[in-house]
Write a protein that binds this ligand. Structure first.
Ligand SMILES: Cc1cc2nc3c(=O)[nH]c(=O)nc-3n(C[C@H](O)[C@H](O)[C@H](O)COP(=O)(O)O)c2cc1C
Length: 212
């Protein structure tokens, strides 16, 4: 597996996950700014950054092998052997998460969606009962995590984010239900094709500081 940058070793484990197919562009840059905010507040943090595009992450097969596992472990086994084996361990170690995604057709990227489908039932178990619906996901682990989400859109201005950003609420829901992660803040960096990405640097930095 490639595409990992290990910044520092410490006692707060942060995992940053990039769902853009492009390195060094808006999502990647803003995630780096958020990481700077984390380091400013928590210099001892151990930080790992993963580009999903560098990893072999196959599609969920809907075999529901993970869904059926009635186990105490925080992670159910998946039948697929690929780089998710390593990423899952990184998630288990993580106390905090930064999720960065471009907005594609109003949603998250296929890269990020493939990743989300793979963590959905490996890290969650079906509830015995949830109001009247049985089988909704709830985290397998009690370990609480914090998260921030950065969404980047090419042409939709920030003022329309509620209409044109289904990515952030979906990611928020999945990481809550599967990873027990509370989203403590999010950033929608709109219209980066026409706006300067730098205008979002301060917001991204402050967002990172919230992970303390
Ligand atoms: C397939 C595809 C769909 C896209 N859909 C949207 C969209 O719905 N709204 C939008 O504002 N930009 C859209 N874009 C533009 C991306 O959001 C934009 O290029 C963004 O900056 C990518 O992030 P990056 O710079 O980190 O790679 C789309 C781009 C692609 C390739």
């Amino acid at each position: 597996m490639t595409g990992i940058h290990l910044y520092e070793m410490g006692n707060m484990n942060l995992l940053a996950i990039i769902g853009s197919p492009r390195k060094g562009k808006a999502t990647d840059t803003l995630v780096d700014k958020a990481i700077e905010g984390v380091i400013e507040k928590t210099p001892e943090a151990s930080i790992k950054k993963i580009y999903l595009s560098d990893n072999e992450i196959n599609y969920c097969k809907d075999c529901l092998t993970c869904w059926r596992q009635d186990i105490k472990d925080p992670l159910a086994k998946c039948v697929i052997r690929d780089d998710m084996d390593v990423i899952n361990q990184d998630i288990l170690n993580a106390d905090s998460l930064i999720i960065g995604t471009p907005i594609h057709m109003g949603y998250t990227t296929a890269l990020m969606m493939t990743f989300l489908e793979r963590i959905c039932w490996t890290f969650a178990k079906p509830t015995k009962s949830y109001f009247i619906v049985k089988g909704c996901p709830e985290p397998r682990s009690d370990k609480k995590r914090k998260a921030i989400i950065i969404g980047v859109s090419g042409m939709i201005p920030t003022k329309y984010k509620k209409l044109c950003n289904c990515a952030t609420p979906q990611i928020k829901g999945v990481i809550k239900d599967s990873l027990n992660a509370k989203t403590v803040g999010d950033l929608y960096a709109g219209d980066v094709w026409n706006q300067n990405v730098e205008q979002y640097f301060d917001k991204a930095f402050k967002l990172g500081q919230k992970l303390k």
